[in-house]
Design a binder for this molecule. Structure first.
Ligand code: SAH
Length: 370
């Protein structure tokens, strides 16, 4: 083995794979076989690609190319079924990816074959990370304490999904899997790789764009770019405060892209038929969760086709805010609802294993002492 960094196959488009197979003197139709094996079958090694001739498999296996998926380094299982994975990449960096099964797998029907064994869930969501750490510095988020180490490649984002699907023995589109780009990092500060991953996940892995949501802290120019994409996931915006003063305290990026700019991008965002924007709002006890804040938020969102997801703070070491009592959360929600702003309270998933929103950091520390 040389010291040269292995070239990852995972993350390459069909066109890019064509260039690879040609380098090996193979006909270009082999690129399609490679593509299907990588993304559709999610093989773990070149040897497993049974559609390719043995000789090509061997030379691929011996070459500078590797499949390039992450290794599942650790796995934590919550009492609510949530699983948090620590995914390690070739360079030793790691991120967290979360599996969240929902429903009870009962009779209500998800299209699974009659007679199939019950599996305990109807649909599941995978929460994908886009960067190692994060640069945005939101005051209530544990990931922020890491700073940003680097962007993930498209292959590393697709690889998180593949590794989880393989570990859970799940295959879309037969199994209903949603993706949320809400793990570690700010996807819109790694925009091109994020969009490339989205297309590979749609075309290769078979997860429709309608089952994907990306969440941004409010990188305004990228919201416009994203709206212009011919194929795209749904959009969520992390709002977290109803006025500039408070938002700038909680999310310093508000000084660069304030609420006027953010809300203008939101209002101009080209929504599809029946599509809604999602605004996420982390409730911090006595900080942004008053009745006045709720009224201000309802006012801010008037005329926007949107819903609000309220999340009571998931606490963590180094975070100085507190989680509001349930009555405060309910009161906040009811003020929004009364003002005809649809609002939902998101229940935390996997808090006991530190898998909930804003808590993705712990294992990283454990894995990288010092
Ligand atoms: N950078 C992107 C995506 C990752 S954060 C973004 O900011 O949207 C995903 C969501 O988790 C955001 O809505 C964020 O506001 C929320 N969040 C962050 N820290 C949290 C915490 N401690 N408790 C609850 N939600 C949190």
């Amino acid at each position: 083995m040389s010291d040269a960094k292995p070239l990852a196959l995972l993350g390459l488009t069909l066109e890019e794979l064509r260039a690879v197979v040609e380098r090996f003197g193979q006909p270009s139709y082999r690129a399609r076989q490679l593509f299907d094996a990588l993304y559709g079958q999610r093989v773990q090694s070149a040897e497993q690609i049974s559609t390719l001739p043995l000789e090509f498999r061997r030379s691929l296996g011996a070459s500078e190319f590797s499949l390039g998926g992450p290794r599942i380094e650790r796995k934590f299982v919550s009492s609510d079924g949530t699983v948090r994975y620590l995914m390690a990449f070739a360079d030793g960096q790691s991120v967290e990816t979360v599996w969240m099964p929902e429903g009870d797998g009962g009779e209500t029907g998800d299209g699974s074959e009659a007679g199939a064994p019950p599996r305990g869930w109807d649909r599941a969501t995978v929460c994908v990370s886009s960067q190692v750490g994060c640069a945005v510095d939101c005051r209530f988020c544990l990931t922020a304490l890491l700073g940003v180490k680097r962007n993930l490649t498209a292959g590393e984002m697709v690889g998180q999904v593949s590794a989880v699907l393989n570990d859970q023995h799940v295959s879309p589109p037969e199994d209903r899997v949603n993706l949320v780009f809400m793990g570690m990092g700010e996807p819109f500060l790694n925009y091109e790789s994020f969009m490339k991953a989205v297309l590979l996940l749609i075309e290769g892995v078979g997860i429709p764009a309608s089952r994907m949501t990306v969440s941004t802290a409010g990188i305004v120019p990228r919201i416009y770019d994203f709206g212009a994409e011919p194929v795209r996931p749904k959009l969520a915006i992390s709002l977290n405060a109803p006025n500039d003063e408070l938002r700038a305290q909680l999310m310093p990026l508000n000084r660069k892209w304030n609420l006027e700019k953010l809300m203008m991008a939101a209002r101009e965002f080209p929504l599809r038929n029946r599509e809604k924007l999602t605004f996420e709002y982390v409730l911090l006890d006595q900080v942004n969760d008053s009745e006045e804040n709720a009224r201000e938020l309802a006012e801010l969102l008037q005329g926007v086709r949107a819903k609000v997801n309220l999340i009571a703070l998931n606490p963590g070491p180094g975070i100085s805010f507190a989680t509001p009592a349930e009555e405060r959360v309910e009161r906040f929600q009811s003020i929004l609802t009364a003002a005809r702003v649809p609002a939902f309270v998101r229940r935390p998933r996997g808090r006991d294993i530190y898998a909930a929103c804003g808590q993705l950091k712990r294992t990283l520390e454990l894995a990288e002492p010092g």
